[in-house]
Design a binder for this molecule. Sequence first.
Ligand code: ZN
Length: 56
Amino acid sequence: MTPEVLISTDRREDDRYHQPKCRWCDHIHRANKQLVTIAEAEEKGYKACDECRPGG
Ligand SMILES: [Zn+2]
């Protein structure tokens, strides 16, 4: 199964991708939350969150 991460569709709000349980996800507006695979997030130019370290 491909691991899914959470991003904000508004990059000005957050340009990192997170594990869905990460506390920073609470700062993302509900309407902007999107679940994608790590590959998709990287493709869109998002960087891994230093705190929850998605994907290890
Ligand atoms: Zn995070």
